[in-house]
Design a protein. Structure first.
Length: 420
């Protein structure tokens, strides 16, 4: 291990040495490990500064120009800037930047368009969908009549014929397209065609891929889905937050659903961070970043397959690689824990039609956003894939784990974590 570098926060150190020490250790962990959790990233250092700024001190219920508290001279400008930048970046008519994160953004969409008991449709969690797209343990599965579509058995891609058949049969009010563990391009044209046919509102949840969409590395749902939701901290590299982008015709309903329907005061420091991230996402450098994220994920997938590790759908079009470890005879959880010991952080995950239980599944989910933010390229991505295969082939061999840990550390030292 390199020497732990204390977090440069002298006021915190004085006020609370215990928390200060833990933040320092976390900064060191983020430096010393290869972070492959597909939903994580390194936020821009400028975004981190913004998120801890004086805007934390201000209450601003309402929207710019229509607040319930005075003193909004700066906050209104910040929120308008965030909205305008997102509208221009994504080519949409309206942006709401107040959702606290992705799940509240999605809940606001339900509140804007549905009554409890209404029928909605989304990709099932075991097929790579999100809890809030109607999965049974979520409030969205409990309070709505949620119909779930899946992926095909043969190639594990979203079954658009099944989507069409179920939509015609159930006539959902909302049709969700969006994923958390799916690595292929979403066919927004076909989804829009189906939604139009059954008069459903198509909602594209681009939480995982909003940075790729902004950077031109994944097709955009703008102009096809009248409502788009996203988190802001994944491939987008912003603060932890959420946003809803929509056609002007839905602006009022969405705004009312977020406030006063679901939330109180917006987190203004987060709003400012979203504005900063939106500005940075509009640069040529960010387009290059988004393309590199996909190249790195593809390189990892190819190398993993060359080493005999199953990759669901046989590859990836995005930042995400979903591995099926069944051919190696190693459960996903055992692999994820051994990899963490070796300095490679991932999460175990179900694969489509998994025969194992969700808390002990067959798969491992990997993502390239964070290593790409450190400046790693295809050669490093292949090297990482080889280390993953080495560890999975020797999960109980402490010698292999230790050797990989040392090699990981050497690579991490060559690619400092952003902000250090
Ligand atoms: N936590 C997110 C993810 O890991 O995909 C989804 O909410």
């Amino acid at each position: 291990m390199t020497d732990a570098r204390p977090a440069p926060m002298p006021l915190l150190e004085n006020a609370d040495p215990e928390i200060h020490a833990l933040l320092g250790q976390e900064a060191q962990r983020q430096q010393d490990k290869i972070r492959l959790i597909a939903s994580e990233n390194y936020a821009w250092p400028a975004v981190l500064e913004t998120a801890g700024s004086v805007l934390n001190n201000k209450y601003s219920e309402g929207y710019a120009g229509k607040r319930y508290y005075e003193g909004q001279q700066q906050v209104d400008q910040v929120e308008r800037l965030a909205m305008e930048r997102l509208k221009s970046l994504f080519g949409v008519e309206h942006a709401n930047v107040q959702p606290y994160s992705g799940s509240p953004a999605n809940l606001a969409v339900y509140f804007a368009f549905c009554k409890p008991g209404d029928t909605v449709m989304g990709l099932g969690l075991p097929a790579g969908g999100h809890l809030t797209h109607g999965w049974k343990v979520s409030i969205t599965g409990a309070y709505f009549n949620a119909v779930q579509y899946g992926v095909r058995k043969d190639d594990h891609r979203i079954d658009m014929d099944e989507v069409a058949t179920l939509a015609r049969e159930h006539k959902p009010k909302l049709l969700w397209c969006g994923t958390t563990a799916y690595s292929r391009v979403i066919d927004y044209d076909r989804f829009a065609e189906i939604a139009n046919e059954v008069s459903a509102v198509l909602v594209a949840d681009i939480s995982h891929i909003s940075g790729l969409v902004a950077g031109g590395a994944h097709p955009s749902p703008a102009g096809k889905a009248p409502v788009i939701t996203s988190t802001t901290h994944k491939t987008f590299r912003g603060p932890r937050g959420g946003m809803i982008l929509c056609d002007a015709v839905h602006a009022k309903a969405i705004d009312r659903a977020v406030f006063p329907g679901l939330q109180g005061g917006p987190h203004n420091a987060t709003t400012a961070g979203i504005a900063v991230a939106a500005k940075l996402a509009g640069t040529p450098d960010f387009r290059a970043y988004a393309a590199q994220v996909v190249d790195n994920a593809r390189a990892m997938a190819e190398q993993l397959m060359a080493r005999g590790i199953g990759v669901v759908t046989g590859g990836t079009d995005t930042h995400l690689v979903l591995c099926d470890l069944t051919p190696k005879g190693v459960p996903g959880k055992v692999a994820a824990q051994a990899l963490d010991r070796a300095g490679i952080v991932s999460n175990y995950n179900s694969v489509p039609f998994d025969t194992r239980k969700p808390f002990d599944p067959s798969g491992l989910r990997l993502g390239s956003p964070a290593i790409t933010s450190r400046g790693m390229g295809v050669d490093e991505a292949k090297q990482v894939a080889n280390w993953i295969a080495d560890v999975i082939e020797s999960v109980d061999d402490d010698g292999v784990v230790e050797r990989v840990r040392n090699e990981v550390l050497a690579l991490c030292n060559q690619f400092p974590a952003p902000g250090r």
